[in-house]
Design a binder for this molecule. Structure first.
Ligand code: XMP
Length: 512
């Protein structure tokens, strides 16, 4: 295995991800826990992450001495390179030539880290992000690559197998970065590359058993992929100590509630409390048309219902959530300052405080596509694992203005047709999210010989990596007209269809 010591970089998890992609098991541990982790894991190699500190300041974090005495290869990245240099007798100084972003390095000497990848004399693009720079390298090291801003862009001690890079191989802007990390873990450290998602699953199952003991766990299912994968994984670990609660607010898409219930009760035999709360939610939403008021009501009511159900089953010691790494990093990296609430995202984040439960979050280290891979490993059906994201407040935020059951039913029909056509055209997986919106506007139309005066349906489809920014999906006109024709012909109450051509920003993905 590989041990990653974290010095607080925004992208430490990306290092782990690259190591996993190379088929090697790894663990991330805060730098201060390095010595204990070396004893426990007996890693074949150690990676020191980047971080925001400066080794030129007194109390900067250091790699424990055990790292350099373990007799295994060490790779220091950015801050990791700098602390390695400082600790082994080199010199690091604040630089007046700060480097951020794309840079080119020149390979000046071969080393094992570059074997089979980069050769002397070549230039390669990398991603830099640093202020300090190495000024003098420790005895036994040689410069193996340089850049304009960093004369010690990469250094190596091939005898002790210690390497340092000033750039970030873990980010995609360093095109050969993944290969470089793979070279380190497989070629230099000699890991075999037989790790897989199955191994990850087994390790997480062991962790969950250890954390939970004989305690009871409750998990709120949203119908989405993340909470479902978390629940199935936890169920594999602790069986009937887990209870799932699915609060059906009546704002789900067509067939959604049935799919979740049959998947959990049928395919997995996981105890599931299915709370039919449609009436409660829809009556509370009557007369509410302000988007934030809708979101707040739904969020609060969700918690009320969940709490009441938790009490009914006699409480629980742990609350399971499908939190992903991007959720974690966003909340950690948020640096304060006055920020504007664009929309109040509905999640169950308010629960642990109110309910005094410890959190079980087995997906915290994973990215969305890795969660999908884990879901496949757990045997979740492909159709479920590959689903588009669906927001907690559901259809309520896809019906601008007042929400009622009739509008929800109308929207469900239009949405189902739209998605059916997308699937038929083989486009579902190329799109991040696609859905229909029911507008509170009536327009005039003509059908047969009669006049119609009905609602407008808007179609939305976007591509995105993380939902933070998004581009409009460029359907061809024939596809859109076919969908429009079907919706107007088949759905009573809709006589006009429009396509939303707004990217994010300035739009958001959802309409409210
Ligand atoms: P926006 O509309 O903010 O959406 O561009 C970005 C992504 O987040 C989803 N979304 C939500 N997900 N609870 C959720 O769990 C919410 O309240 C919520 N609001 C938006 C949205 O569907 C898109 O994928």
């Amino acid at each position: 295995s590989i041990l990653i010591l974290d010095f607080g970089s925004q992208v430490t998890q990306l290092i782990a991800r690259r190591v996993r992609e190379a088929g090697v098991y790894c663990e991330i541990v805060p730098f201060s826990g390095g010595e204990a982790a070396i004893g426990r894991l007996k890693p074949k190699g150690i990676i020191l992450s980047g971080g925001p500190a400066s080794v030129t300041e007194g109390a900067s974090p250091k790699a424990p001495g055990a790292v350099f005495e373990a007799g295994v290869p060490v790779l220091g990245i950015c801050y990791g390179e700098q602390t390695m240099c400082a600790e082994l007798g080199g010199k690091v100084t604040p630089s007046d030539h700060r480097e951020f972003g794309r840079a080119f390095i020149e390979i000046v000497r071969d080393c094992h880290l570059f074997d089979g990848l980069w050769n002397t004399g070549e230039k390669h693009q990398v991603w830099m992000s640093h202020g300090d720079r190495v000024e003098a390298i420790p005895a036994g090291f040689e410069v193996v690559a340089k850049s304009d801003g960093a004369p010690f862009a990469a250094i190596a001690n091939d005898v002790r197998r210690f390497y340092g890079v000033q750039f970030h191989p873990e980010v995609v802007h360093t095109p050969d970065g993944a290969k470089l990390l793979s070279n380190f873990v497989r070629h230099v450290a000699g890991c075999t590359g037989d790790w897989s998602m199955a191994g990850y699953r087994d390790a997480k199952i062991a962790d969950i058993r250890k954390q939970v003991g004989k305690g009871k766990v409750i998990c709120g299912l949203s119908g989405g992929v993340d909470s479902a994968v978390a629940a199935v994984l936890i169920h594999e670990a602790i069986g009937d100590q887990l209870t799932c609660v699915f609060v059906d607010h009546g704002l789900m898409r067509s067939q959604e509630a049935e799919e979740v219930v049959s998947l959990f009760r049928g395919a997995y035999n996981i105890p599931l409390v299915h709370v039919d709360a449609e009436e409660l939610f829809l009556s509370g939403l009557a007369g509410v048309s302000d988007p934030e008021a809708k979101r707040k009501f739904i969020g609060k009511t969700f918690i009320d219902v969940f709490e009441a159900e938790a009490k009914k089953i006699g409480g629980a010691d742990f609350l399971a959530q499908g939190t992903l790494y991007p959720d974690v990093i966003e909340s950690v990296s948020f640096t304060g300052g006055p920020s504007v609430t664009i929309k109040s995202h509905h999640n169950v984040g308010g629960l642990p405080e109110r309910m005094n439960m410890q959190l079980v979050e087995p997906l915290r280290e994973l990215f969305k596509d890795e969660v999908r891979a884990l879901g496949r490993e757990l045997g979740l059906p492909e159709a479920f694992v590959g689903r588009h994201p669906f927001p907690g407040p559901g259809l309520a935020i896809r019906i601008p203005g007042e929400v009622d059951k009739e509008k929800c039913d109308t929207l469900r029909k239009a949405d189902r047709i739209y998605l059916e056509e997308i699937r038929k055209a083989g486009l579902y997986d190329a799109i991040w999210q696609a859905f229909a919106v029911l507008l509170p506007v009536r327009t005039v139309g003509v059908m047969g010989d009669g006049r119609t005066y009905d609602r407008v349906c808007a179609l939305r489809a976007v591509t995105s990596v993380d939902g933070m920014t998004a581009d409009v999906y460029p359907f061809d006109a024939a596809f859109l007209s076919a969908v429009a024709t079907r919706i107007v012909n088949e759905v009573n109450g809709i006589n006009r269809v429009v396509y939303d051509y707004t990217s994010k920003p300035p739009g958001t993905i959802e309409w409210e």
